[in-house]
Design a protein. Structure first.
Length: 136
């Protein structure tokens, strides 16, 4: 089921959203000082291409630098990427087959607003990663 949802996602909205994240990454790489934002944008572009079966978890070591970076990201890029997810989600929810994809778009809005300090993991590995972090 995940593969089918990912293929439909890729055709209907994933490719276009990934291109938007890639444009943000390119802008960040050109400005040089924002290269860490560009890396985060490429990570999100990868996640946006194939989101079903993967999830985002908070990194426990992310501190004040992530918070400051997220505020800058929100001001520079996050608001219009979130607007893209919102618009696409609403459009997809207008059809029966698009409702799961629209809901997935709505779930991507918070991470498009504040992507730093998060890690992409397989949905099956979430319990393992959480247990590994608490073991130390």
């Amino acid at each position: 089921m995940r593969v089918l949802l990912n293929i439909i996602w890729l055709v209907l909205c994933g490719l276009w959203l990934a291109i938007a994240y890639a444009v943000v990454a390119l802008i960040c790489f050109i400005l040089i000082i924002t290269i860490p934002f560009g890396i985060a944008a490429l990570r999100m572009a990868n996640f946006t291409l194939w989101p079903f079966g993967r999830t985002l978890i908070d990194r426990p070591g992310a501190g004040a630098a992530s918070l400051v970076g997220n505020v800058l990201w929100l001001i520079l890029f996050g608001w219009w990427l979130a607007l893209g997810h919102l618009t696409t989600g609403v459009a997809l929810c207008l059809t029966i087959i698009g409702i799961p994809l629209g809901l997935a778009n709505f779930k991507l809005i918070p991470v498009s607003l504040m992507p730093l300090g998060r890690e992409i993991v397989d949905s099956d590995d979430v319990a393992y990663v959480a247990g590994r972090r608490h073991a130390f």
